[in-house]
Design a binder for this molecule. Sequence first.
Ligand code: ZN
Length: 132
Amino acid sequence: MKRTAPLITRDDQFFWDGVAAGELRLQRCARCNRMRHPPAPVCPFCHSLDWRVDRASGRGTLYSYVIPRHTPIESGGDPVVVALIELEEGARLVSNLSGAAIDEIRNGMPVEVFFADFENGLRLHQFRPARR
Ligand SMILES: [Zn+2]
């Protein structure tokens, strides 16, 4: 399957290095200690410029989702679910939800991260229903 590769910048290089290593790495503010995403130089909560990289658990819930009906994304037959995930650390990030029947998808459902390899050596973070 084919996916569009991300445009990697200095601000989010650490995030994509983490994805390549099979880790979900997010920024954590050194002053207010909140995790945030997408990466940015300034904390949106307290405006501090000081931050560190921290590994997120990869567990969270489905906050919202859309299923594009005219998508250029190749999915191998199943519809691609574009998902907004709320991590248990509080940060939200956009990804895809896989492994759930469309009529089973509900906002608030527990999900967990996994890493999928696509064409051209591209690895992306994806989410699936959490195993119980
Ligand atoms: Zn802060």
